[in-house]
Design a protein around this ligand. Structure first.
Ligand code: DLL
Length: 448
């Protein structure tokens, strides 16, 4: 994108945008641009990637049959196993020697999924991350402490180049070494923190045990994502770090972080950058597209990616879209808070439960820390859930106190989520701490 387009004149203004023309484009114009770019993407994928040729031919559809965006619903979906089946480079339209970088996301089983970028695509990504950071309240000249993991994970380098593109000074802290991170936050005076929400809570906790008041430091904005987090956790991060916590979304198959980001003006849904991506919501059972505002699985089609265009990629993420105008002036559709992944859903005694619902209940209760894990096990023919949660550092921790906290939590989970489970209250420090994406579920079930 045009790097000269940013609002140089109004960098310090509250409504500063990195690419105002694109971010505030009339919705009709966005639709025209999307149709044009979609036609190019379908044609490019069909001609250059054998997987898509096979897929489209199998479905009896040709790119030229798309006469409007609505026709996209007739094209087949892409799923994660398509990437695995074409491991490592089978989904690429370019030979490897034309690429500048590879990233990969580690699956729980088998081979990772690999994504590749040309130099131009890295430029594009940096621009979209810069746009996201500016929306979240970062400004040129800010010090950005980047605690997303550096490496094959897209979080570290994605946020890094976005912050540089915005004109910030990056502290490439990566994840881990939390005590040192607290020292760097104090000494370098970062105004912006980038990390997973669970790692930000870990930083807050370590700072508190070191007697450091992060809320009194220059830190003001947090860009948190890469895992589901609740409004209650947002409140906790705002309060404990003295910041405005903003939601950031992305996935490696589509690009990495920066596919969508909240504005710090409204903090009410993530602006999905529609000049580069087309968002649909489908019913994950019937696979039919759902109307604006209904909850279902997010499906994304890339509009500007050359190396690895993704056609109707099923993210497995559950959310809703909103095209209501936003008070910040950005016109791009909003992706409302992601409530979980289809594959994270647990069925406990017939009730559908997502880890995020458990997080919401726990974070709202006094006397508890935000650190928890869900343990799944077999109970006869059914699945049983045990919630392990740590009590707050200042809460009484005798045997009877722990038992009473556990009873209390069990009662709240039953009344709010409607599921009966066991609860084990733990003393501070007994559960593992996150340094990146938190592991919320320990699955001990046999045959799963
Ligand atoms: O997590 C990219 C990223 C890095 C996003 C840093 C934001 C910040 P993956 O490792 O491929 O990529 O994982 C993608 O993480 O499909 C969601 O399930 C989840 N996820 C990402 N952002 C959010 C969010 C990165 N804001 C998967 N809320 C996605 C909820 C999120 N879940």
């Amino acid at each position: 994108m045009n790097t000269l387009a940013h609002d140089r004149v109004s960098e310090s203004a509250p409504d500063f945008m990195f690419e105002r023309d694109m971010e505030t484009m009339a919705r009709g114009r966005i639709a025209e641009l999307q149709a044009e770019r979609l036609r190019w993407t379908l044609d490019h994928a069909y001609r250059n990637i054998p997987h898509y040729k096979r897929l489209f031919d199998g479905a009896g559809i040709k790119p030229k049959q798309l006469s409007s965006i609505d026709d996209l619903r007739h094209f087949p979906f892409t799923v994660k196993t398509d990437l695995r089946d074409n491991y490592p480079f089978g989904m690429f339209a370019h030979p490897i020697d034309e690429l500048s970088r590879l990233h990969a996301s580690s699956g729980t089983t088998g081979k990772p999924t690999v994504v590749g970028y040309t130099a131009a695509e890295l430029e594009n990504w940096a621009g979209l991350m810069a746009r996201s950071m500016a929306a979240a309240g970062a400004r040129p000249g800010d010090v950005v402490h980047n605690a997303y993991g550096y490496g094959l994970f897209t979080g570290g380098l994605g946020a890094h180049y976005g912050a540089e593109r915005l004109g910030c000074t990056v502290v490439p802290a990566s994840g881990g070494g939390t005590e040192r991170q607290v020292m760097l936050l104090q000494d370098f005076g970062a105004r912006v923190l980038c990390s997973t929400p669970s790692y930000a809570l870990n930083i807050a906790e370590v700072a508190e045990t070191q007697g450091v008041d992060i809320a009194a430091l220059p830190l003001q904005k947090g860009l948190f994502g890469a895992e589901p987090w609740s409004e209650e956790t947002r409140g906790e991060l705002d309060r404990r770090l003295g910041i405005t916590a903003v939601d950031l979304y992305g996935l490696s198959e589509i690009m990495g972080p920066g596919v969508a980001c909240e504005c710090d003006t409204a903090r009410s849904g993530l602006h999905g950058w529609e000049d580069h991506f087309l968002f649909e919501i489908i019913d994950p059972e019937t696979l039919e597209p759902l109307p604006m505002g209904e909850s279902g699985e997010l499906v994304i089609t890339t509009l500007t990616k050359e190396t690895m265009p993704m056609i109707r990629y099923r993210t497995r993420d559950i959310t809703r879209l909103s095209d209501e105008p936003c008070i910040c002036g950005r016109t791009h559709v909003r992706i409302l808070r992601l409530t979980g992944r289809c594959d994270d859903m647990m069925i406990i005694r017939g009730v559908n439960v997502y880890p995020l619902q458990v997080e919401s209940v726990l974070t709202g209760l006094p006397g508890l820390s935000p650190h928890f894990q869900i343990v799944l096990d077999n109970a006869g023919a059914m699945d049983a859930m045990t919630v392990e949660v740590e009590i707050a550092t200042d809460a009484p921790s005798g045997h009877e106190d722990l038992a009473s906290s556990a009873r209390d939590v069990r009662h709240h989970i039953k009344s709010i989520i409607g599921v009966t489970c066991d609860v084990v209250a733990k003393r501070p420090g007994e559960l593992p701490r996150s340094e990146g994406k938190a592991i919320r579920v320990r699955d001990l079930r046999k045959n799963c």
